[in-house]
Design a protein around this ligand. Structure first.
Ligand code: KG4
Ligand code: ZN
Length: 328
């Protein structure tokens, strides 16, 4: 069964055709990132306007690249939230119109659940239940996944998301937006033990807090205003190490509490190689099986939306034309 996925929750306009929930036949992503760069972050108004300009072309391209005809698509699956309200509305409205035009059902799916689903694409063998850590620019959450439609939240961030902290630290260091990839690159030649940054403790053991560490970075930078490029590398490395350590410690604790040996990661920060290598090593010591999607499927994409839509559709889930977006 061919499913068309549409994702417009942030700055990426994405469309993908996936066969039977696992074979990714096309994965088209058009980002409006460069339009936002000069502002140092995503501007919602610009994002929604760019979605409107791109969406028809992106969907057309995804269908053609997959080598299928629109009439072969049996379901349209679309991100219904969380995300930017105006951006989500573009994707949802397009999906509704397309499903009406082609005469097939459509389904709204949760963005975080689809980040988890990225781990099932391309025939990855993964059994439920498991603990999932979703780390992105807008979210940092731990889940216990029993089934595609039975996902319990175990913990979340009380303030900034982890990706947001990477972005804000990069802004403080004047490295541009988005922060994750550039911090990762500079951290490779920095000393992670130069600064004693640490993430603050949240009230509940599986919740996260990233706003304190961002402020600690700000104070260090203010203290040494003339510092050179090695200083920037050391700050980047020390911040990255502390952020990664808190992600790992809480994920391992969640696995221990839920008595599971399977840990699944997703979201933009999951593209970080230091997180990958450290989690494989720490998780290995604890006898855990660790799952990451390939880097391209960690970032926002529509293949994960199509895949999850397929599974939920098989379980009887449907959306009506009254489907609204869930912002936030
Ligand atoms: O999942 P995503 O593409 O969009 C959201 O749903 O937010 O994640 C984007 C976030 C940004 O904050 C970006 O800085 C971060 O993921 N990111 C990274 C890396 N690549 C992207 N963070 C750390 N290391 C990376 N290599
Ligand atoms: Zn995302």
């Amino acid at each position: 069964m061919y499913v068309l996925g549409i994702e417009t929750s942030c700055d990426e306009t994405a469309a993908s055709v996936v066969r039977d929930g696992e074979a990714v036949l096309s994965n088209v992503v058009s980002s409006s990132l460069k339009e936002h760069k000069k502002y140092g972050g995503i501007i919602p108004e610009i994002a929604s306007r760019m979605h409107l300009e791109s969406i028809a072309g992106v969907v057309d391209c995804a269908v053609k690249e997959a080598g299928v005809k629109l009439k072969n698509i049996k379901l349209v699956s679309v991100t219904s939230g969380p995300g930017l309200a105006g951006s989500l509305l573009v994707g949802i409205s397009f999906a509704k119109s397309l499903s009406l035009g082609v005469g097939v059902p459509f389904l709204g799916v949760d963005h975080l659940a689809s980040h988890i689903y990225a781990n099932f694409l391309n025939a990855q063998v993964l059994r439920m239940p498991f603990v999932a850590l979703i780390v992105s620019g807008g979210h940092t959450s731990l889940f216990y996944v029993k089934d595609f439609d039975k996902i319990d939240i175990l913990g979340r961030t009380c303030d900034d998301a982890c990706g947001e902290a990477f972005d804000k630290v990069a802004k403080i260091l004047r490295l541009g937006y988005p922060g994750g990839p550039v911090i990762e690159r500079l951290a490779k030649s920095g000393n992670p033990r130069k600064f004693q940054f640490r993430c603050s403790n949240a009230n509940r053991p599986l919740d996260f807090s990233f706003s304190g560490i961002k402020t600690a970075v700000l104070y260090s930078v203010r203290k040494y205003p003339q510092a050179g490029s090695q200083f920037v590398r050391d700050v980047a490395a020390s911040f990255q190490e502390a952020a990664i350590d808190t992600l790992i410690n809480k994920s391992l604790l969640a696995c221990e509490l839920k008595k599971t040996k399977r840990l699944v990661i997703g979201g933009g920060v999951a593209a970080n190689n230091r997180l990958r290598e450290k989690l494989y090593s720490e998780g290995g010591k604890n006898g855990l099986d660790i799952f990451f999607p390939p880097p391209k499927l960690c970032l926002d994409n529509a293949a994960m939306v199509a895949g999850l839509g397929y599974q939920l559709f098989r379980k009887g889930h449907r959306s009506g034309l009254d489907l609204n977006m869930q912002g936030g």
